[in-house]
Design a protein around this ligand. Sequence first.
Ligand SMILES: [Zn+2]
Length: 394
Amino acid sequence: MAFSTIVSDISYRDRPEDDNRTIRSSNSIVGYARSARSFASTAATSVSIAGSISSQLHGGYGHSLTRSWQSERQLTKSMLVYPLFISDNENDATSIPSLPDQKRWGLKTLVPYLETLVRKGLRSVILFGVPLKPGTKDALGTCADDPKGPVIQAIRLIRAKFPELYIVADVCLCEYTSHGHCGILREDGGLNNQLSVDRISDVALAYAEAGAHCVAPSDMNDGRIRAIKLKLIEAGVAHKVMLMSYAAKFSGCLYGPFRDAAGSVPQFGDRKCYQLPPGGRGLARRAIRRDIEEGADVIMVSRLPIDSTLSHIHKVKPASAYLDIISDAKEIGRDLPIAAYQVSGEFAMIHAAANAGVFDLKAMAFESLEGILRAGATIIVTYWVPDMLNWLER
Ligand SMILES: [Zn+2]
């Protein structure tokens, strides 16, 4: 836009008269350039406005409140989901060495821990089962939907003790299979997709019937979203159970140094044939589209199998490496909520760097979550939840 046009426009806008019909006519604008007060004031400043008035931005974020208005979405407690690892040792409160301030909980230790967090505004948790007792794992992952297993018991307990808390149940077999893979295997060691989907959908239904508000399959078997949705409909619970798909779950470097926490590392092979390759943006878009068509209510973007199993953090790639996928998910799933799982590795890395004096822990925690929000997520699963409940006002 030419400068003279801007001046005309500004002076026109400042014009005291009220003839709206002529105001709307672009041909008439030049005619009102007579009271060019804005030209005089602009010329009097030291700011050179060359071409466009939009060069001046500072006025829009000069105050802390107006800075917060610049975000499309504000970080709030209600958008956070806290991952909880529940073992079959009811007195468990074991620190997880690779995850600062995080513990594995048992059914007896969980309630007092949650009481504190709920009081501070915790709204939602996602549950992962960690069977530790010998003999609990087999080829079919039988223990996954055992009514006496850690997840189903934890769902019932939390529903009873904290009726307001929203419960997401991660659904996978790898914590429960003797081979550590996310499904049932063929003789050649590959996944038997049909049997795996049958089994995964049974497990999802069992969690839903135990009282989970949301089931979140993280296994990446083809067609499991449709199978779960159909079973939820058949059982008459589809109207009250949300189906959150880990649609874009990327494989990482397996077999890393952090196997101490849960013990679901594959005994042979890796998960690269069913989790997405890190460079596979197009594949991720196809997986997101497919899962929406199969009936997912929420799409989740996640990078690390470690976040579902706590067994292989490996070489850490931060969530920021996958912000483009979150943005893709928001574009493809325009009408769905988008969830992002902030990787445990990034959480650990921020702690390590803050301890080394690289940056301030709290400032970086906020920056990391705001980046995920900006990319398009409205639900964030993160280990920062206990801290954020202290730091956020609402
Ligand atoms: Zn798995």
